[in-house]
Design a protein around this ligand. Structure first.
Ligand code: FAD
Length: 431
């Protein structure tokens, strides 16, 4: 079958690979000049690495199996890492049980309530009831004010920014679930992973395998219109060119769908415009010396514009980054936040002011370069009752299919979930 896939991110390419292995002729259309979507790479000058930080958990079984299946098992690297927390203008390590028990900002009762929250949360099966509860209320009730203010709030801010006030308890439940499955995993306990060469290695390999199976990958190709063909199959229009396919599969953001499909092609119960997206502005700083010994530091400090410090070089071997250190500083915001209108220079100035507050001794000679990367649509915001809000998209045509991350109603967005959804999609044999 001749199949057109819209979107060359992890979802589109994993799907393209799986379908091409089943003997279909695949064409992938990707708007950007390079593949990868949010998982794409960036040329930092001295080296190339992921545009945004990505880590593989030992429990990411679907993803790890996929990486092995495409022949990159020997490129997987695992390393023990540390976790930090910046509270009341101090950096703490909370990387093991002893450090956690000693962690001064939490009272003993606070620590016990945290343990209960984690245990209780990890055992919940019926997540739908959590959708009605604001995450803040749920955490305050279970963990208490002290633990909420010192630990949960910084984490929420680190993950969704100020939007946490509107997010449901499902969000943190999915996070706890992922955290617990990582701890249960016997393989590579307490270690985090990456692929040598970053996700570029994964996308280069996928492109090679899809092409070898007779597929086409078109970058710089924005799909503008998808319409049914009277004789069967679908038309996909991009850059003014119209191509015919037996089937078309859309993997882009849901709120784009209605704007590029023929009337009546999709039946969206509710409106996809109601889906609000989470965006991110992320500074990547390249330095000669490490800034922190941690892979991740969560922080919630009103004076500081970013909500996390990701010491990528504490995970990734220095030979990957030309002997230099890469640290990411994310700020998660609503996709319509006016901050997106600011220039890179304005944002760099803002982020550097925050940087100097945490690292007052930072030597400018140690800074090689700083970049601002941004993405307006990372994932739908899991607001209250999201599963009812998410448009029930029924494609009205058997030759048009949709698979995208707005359908993750009870999962966090990560590449393991993406591969899992692709695997599930392949099991339903509608092709
Ligand atoms: C800051 C950050 C940190 C992250 N950290 C991790 C992590 O540690 N571990 C992890 O596993 N995951 C992480 N993720 C999540 C990971 O990046 C996503 O799981 C993944 O990128 C989702 O892939 P996707 O294909 O669903 O979506 P996307 O990557 O958004 O891909 C969709 C693609 O469709 C294309 N497209 C849209 N419209 C059109 C059109 N009309 N025509 C043609 N092409 C179109 C877009 O250009 C895009 O390339 C992180 C993400 C971010 C932003």
């Amino acid at each position: 079958m001749n199949i057109g896939i819209i979107g060359g991110g992890m979802m589109g390419l994993a799907l393209a690979y799986r379908l091409s292995q089943e003997g279909h002729k695949i064409t992938v259309f990707e708007s950007n000049k390079q593949l990868g979507g949010l998982t794409t790479h960036y040329d930092y000058g001295p080296f190339v690495w992921d545009r945004f930080y990505h880590v593989i958990l030992p429990s990411d079984k679907d993803l790890i199996n996929f990486i092995k299946e495409i022949g990159l098992g020997d490129k997987l690297r695992w390393r023990p890492t540390l976790t930090g927390c910046y509270i009341d203008q101090k950096l703490y390590s909370i990387s093991n049980t002893i450090e956690f028990l000693r962690f001064p900002p939490l009272t003993l009762i606070g620590k016990m309530r945290l343990a209960i929250t984690l245990l209780y949360g990890s055992r919940i099966k019926n997540w739908l009831k959590l959708e009605k509860i604001p995450v803040e209320d749920w955490l305050l009730k279970l963990s208490g004010r002290n633990t909420y203010e010192k630990l949960w709030k910084p984490l929420l801010l680190a993950k969704v920014g100020e939007n946490y006030k509107r997010v449901s308890a499902v969000f943190i439940w999915a996070y706890i679930k992922r955290l617990f499955s990582a701890r249960d995993s016997s393989l590579h306990k307490e270690q985090l992973g990456y692929v040598e060469g970053g996700y570029k290695t994964v996308f280069d390999q996928l492109e090679k395998l899809i092409s070898a199976a007779g597929g086409n990958i078109c970058t710089g190709a924005t799909v503008e219109y998808i319409a049914p063909c009277a004789e069967g199959g679908m038309w996909i229009e991009h850059n003014g060119v119209k191509e015919h396919f037996d089937k078309a599969i859309f993997t882009g953001p849901v709120n784009l769908l209605q704007h590029i499909t023929a009337p009546d092609l999709v039946n969206v119960a509710g409106t996809s415009d109601k889906v609000e997206y989470l965006g991110v502005i992320c500074m990547a700083l390249i330095t000669r010396k490490p800034l922190v010994p941690y892979y991740v530091v969560n922080l919630a400090d009103q004076r500081i514009p970013f909500t996390g410090v990701i010491g990528m070089s504490n995970l990734v071997a220095l030979k990957e980054t030309a002997g230099l250190h890469i640290t990411y500083f994310p700020k998660y915001i609503h996709f319509k936040d006016p901050l997106f209108q600011k220039s890179d220079d304005e944002l760099l100035k803002m982020f550097f002011q925050g940087l100097r507050l945490i690292f007052p001794d930072i030597n400018t000679d140690d800074i090689v370069v700083a970049h601002i990367n941004r993405a307006t649509k990372i994932q739908p915001l899991q607001v209250l009752n999201y599963s009812k809000l998410v448009p029930k998209i029924a494609t009205e045509h058997e030759d048009f299919l949709i698979l995208n991350n707005s359908q993750f109603v009870s999962d966090t967005l990560n590449n393991n979930t993406v591969v899992h959804h692709v695997n599930e999609f392949m099991k339903k044999s509608f092709l």
